[in-house]
Design a protein around this ligand. Sequence first.
Ligand code: UDP
Length: 474
Amino acid sequence: MFDDRSKKFKNQYVHLKKMDVNNYKSFVGKQRIDNLKWLAEPLQRKVWANVNSTAIGGGVAEMLQSTIPFSRGLGVDCRWFIIEGSPEFFKVTKKFHNLLQGVKQDISMEEVFHAYLDTIKWNTEKTKVVGHMVVVHDPQPAAIVMSGNVYGHLLWRCHIDTSQASRRIWRFLLPYINHFDGAIFTCKEFIKDQLQIPAYEVHPCIDPLRKKNQLMTKKEALDKLSNLFNEHNIDPKRPIVLAVSRYDVHKNQKGIIKSFKQAKSLLSKKIKPYLIIVGNSASDDPEGEMMYQEILTAIDGDKDIQAWLNIEENDDCIGALMALADCFIHLSTKEGFGLVVTEAMWHKTPVIGSKIGGIKLQVIDEETGYLVEPDDSKTAAKRIKSILENSKEKQTLGKNAHRHVKENFLLPSLVERYLLLMRYYLEIDNKIPEFRMNELTYKEIKAALYGRTVWPFSSNDLKKKVETIWEGLA
Ligand code: UDP
């Protein structure tokens, strides 16, 4: 059922051309783009390398596909490397992912040392990654930091919700993570104890120029969906509740099905909605097929619920579905951010999201959508009913949601933070970036006392702390 699309990317380096950043002026204004050009001025032809474990599927690949061309358009030599791995490697890194998101699972020494560390060693023997700044995304490639074949200012970007990470896996990864020069999280609650490196807050973003984010009318959306709807015998006049994500235990598609079934019993007889669940596979996620089968079982023959896997013309159809849907629902039990929420909000579709991780940054309850507990199917069902029965409410939430994304979660904001980090690490700027989340680390204090001539601290508290130590040494 799953096609191995990763075969196209045998090479470890993904080539992407630069794009004209002026095209984004209409979304974020001329001033923001001019400011980015100014920030990028001293970074011309400097290398910003990214390393992750898949080119397709999931939010990280989605963002890199836009971040790389945009940054290249600003003159930064932005690059993308992908580590390769066997099915055993991705099986064990998926366990890391689940354990970091708080699911209890067994993991053996054999898996950690053989499937994980040996694959990392093999990868770095084949390729050297060199950059002025190197960003390593998620736990899969984290251990490459110790290989001796990755050079530059090294940052670990954690995209997942580590708020309840298993202690065991966190402690295994810590020596690797603490070997980086900094870590990036989506929000403060994801930082775990004993992190001894600077931590920064960066929110994921969507690219308004990608096919799936191009705004369209309902009529245009319907045209794009005609083949897909014919194939699945969908009546376009009926309302649609939509859910899009990988088939993964944390995405809680079963909770969505339960909420929808309850909503149907609350709705007036005239309203007959579909629940359409769409999901794809990521080449670094081996559990998708099994989860998909479980979802088909949970649907239990209900003709109003559809679950689709790896749809054709994915980007066109995802965008059209988001634009056409009457309501988007995303009830993850753990969520680093949830780009699908951003995408639906951008398309002015009201979102019912769970009060979890990164979803809380996006959905402001009763203003840009609705927040519910991930297992509270009763409240989720009531929210589905009120959105489907009240077109004014639907419109207002959708309008607010679109504005919220426009102001906070578009690609230029994401690149801006990376440029600020690059400028800081290359000592073009001496002040700590404002989106720094933790206190000064031991290493930084040492550097401030014995190395740097300029105070790198913007906050008085931090400055005072170093001064106290300095006095103690006098
Ligand atoms: N996606 C897609 N087709 C699908 C399912 C998901 O294109 O069938 C995309 C979705 O539009 C989003 C990304 O995959 O851009 C998922 O990112 P998100 O942050 O929501 O979740 P992750 O998979 O990273 O946990």
